[in-house]
Design a protein around this ligand. Structure first.
Ligand code: ADP
Ligand code: MG
Length: 323
């Protein structure tokens, strides 16, 4: 059982950044409007996610760590309709299998909260504690019992980049949630959660970055596109600042990157890449969400149409900028 959990953990918990992603997605699922993420070192030693969401009922606390027990999907067709980010019920089980983990949580219905500690998936202690409504998960000593996996981690700076990248994506895809990111006791950024996408970008990347962007806004019957692309003079040496969100969920898409880059045409210096922060909204029946654990790939059923709309819109915007 514990070996199975350790192996399965590897599927979704590859590195500290995956822990951050799963914990924050749980906070989002719990309806949090404020989420604090704190890491020390590069997350291997310490990751804390605190939210003001609904909390976990005392009776559900052990169940939350059991694989698949929380699966919200009974039929595969439900996948088309899923709204919540978590639906496999394995994140907490997986994380707890390969770390030392503490959860402190309280719901609105209870005066007192609960704290549970697990080491390698085993419950070490459980007690009542006073705490505000919401949930704090603290993960320490990640991969302490799976040395092989620990060895596969990249350098400290690369793991930190991956964590930052995940947090940027989560903050960008949830402008209505206030995020605070603390690293090694220093506040790295804070978003206000007021729904304003420009505010989020300003808080993450700064004023210069924001002022080099051109706003996109396009709408037709069942396709809405908004966000930003950079002025042709403001480029990057790679695609690290290209973000695509479909129905507020981050996706990876070479197709969308290439479509937009080709609309820049010769405006784009060679080996340079525009900044893109693009939010697409399409009816759920227009997309196929891949059932891959990381869920970052999406296929559009009418891909050609969407791409040509995006291409034309970007082309037009850049032409205006040219004058
Ligand atoms: P899933 O998110 O796929 O349901 P997880 O293993 O990520 O599975 O979480 C298990 C369960 O624990 C969730 O379904 C939820 O009921 C509960 N849970 C986890 N994190 C939180 C949180 N931050 N706030 C409230 N409930 C949570
Ligand atoms: Mg989850």
């Amino acid at each position: 059982e514990s070996t199975i959990n350790k192996i399965a953990a590897g599927e979704i918990i590859e590195r500290p950044a995956s822990v951050v992603k799963e914990l924050v997605e749980n906070s989002i699922d719990a309806g949090a409007t404020s989420i604090t993420i704190e890491i020390k070192g590069y997350g291997k030693d310490y990751i804390r996610v605190t939210d003001n969401g609904v909390g976990i009922e005392s009776d559900d606390l052990e169940i939350a760590f059991m694989r698949h027990t929380t699966s919200k999907i009974s039929k595969i067709e439900d996948l088309e309709k899923i709204k919540s980010l978590g639906f496999r019920g394995e994140a907490l089980a997986s994380i707890s299998a390969v770390s030392q983990l503490k959860v402190i949580t309280k719901t609105d219905n209870n005066l007192i909260g609960n704290q549970i500690v697990l080491h390698g998936g085993r419950v070490i202690s459980r007690k009542e504690v006073g705490c505000p409504k919401g949930t704090t998960v603290i993960v320490t000593n990640l991969f302490y019992n799976t040395p092989v996996r620990a060895k596969f981690l990249k350098s400290e700076s690369k793991e930190t980049l991956k964590i930052n990248d995940i947090i940027y994506k989560l903050a960008l895809s949830n402008p209505n949630i206030s995020f605070k990111y603390i690293k090694d006791n220093k506040v790295i950024f804070r978003t206000r959660g007021n729904g304003n996408d420009e505010d989020v970008i300003y808080n993450l990347f700064g004023r210069n970055f924001l002022s080099s962007l051109i706003r996109i806004n396009y709408k037709d019957n069942n396709f809405l596109m908004k966000g930003f692309i950079s002025e042709p003079s403001f480029t990057r040496g790679n695609r690290s600042h290209q973000y695509f969100f479909v129905n507020n969920r981050y996706i990876k898409s070479n197709l969308l990157s290439k479509t937009i880059e080709s609309a820049y045409g010769t405006l784009l210096p060679s080996s340079r890449f525009p900044v893109i922060i693009l939010y697409l909204f399409v009816p759920p029946y227009e997309i196929d969400v891949n059932i891959h654990p990381t869920k970052t790939e999406v296929r559009f059923k009418n891909e050609k149409e969407i791409c040509s709309t995006i291409y034309d819109t970007v082309k037009k915007l850049l032409k205006k900028e040219d004058i």
